[in-house]
Design a protein around this ligand. Structure first.
Ligand code: HEC
Length: 112
């Protein structure tokens, strides 16, 4: 009888933990943000769509170029755009700081 109570308790505890893990896990979905807001210019494969390349996008799969840019520069560019390039829209008003930071590893992953 007692063991049944323990099993039931463990079961309840595990459900409780599962529910809670969502609270701690980040719910930022970088791939969805990329598909909705970035792929238009940067392409699903990171190489840039023809429209994007016309605007001056860089090839995200180019390791050498990736190496020439820091994470902070990426965050800054995504937030404020490029003052020298009007075609680069700033995303600071559309995405939160956390979301913008989450995009950096997503962009980096194209060159892996
Ligand atoms: C309207 C087209 C367009 C969209 C949409 C767009 N970008 Fe860009 N992106 C550009 C262009 C053009 C550049 C090149 C800017 C430059 O260096 O002149 C660029 C450059 C970048 C760079 C390199 C910045 C650097 O400092 O070298 C990153 C990273 C980047 N974009 C990420 C993103 C992310 C993430 C999104 C979606 C949230 C996005 N872009 C949406 C056009 C776009």
């Amino acid at each position: 009888m007692r063991s049944k109570v323990i099993v039931a308790l463990l079961f309840l505890i595990s459900i409780f933990c599962l529910g809670f893990s969502n609270v701690f896990a980040s719910d930022i979905d970088a791939p969805t943000i990329y598909a909705e807001k970035c792929a238009l210019c940067h392409g699903e494969d990171g190489k840039g769509t023809s429209a994007g390349i016309g605007f001056g996008t860089k090839d995200f799969t180019d390791k050498e170029w990736q190496g020439s840019r820091t994470d902070d520069e990426f965050v800054n560019s995504i937030t404020h755009g490029n003052p020298d390039n009007d075609n680069y829209i700033p995303f600071g008003d559309m995405l939160s700081e956390e979301e913008i930071k989450a995009m950096v590893p997503h962009v980096r992953a194209f060159a892996h």
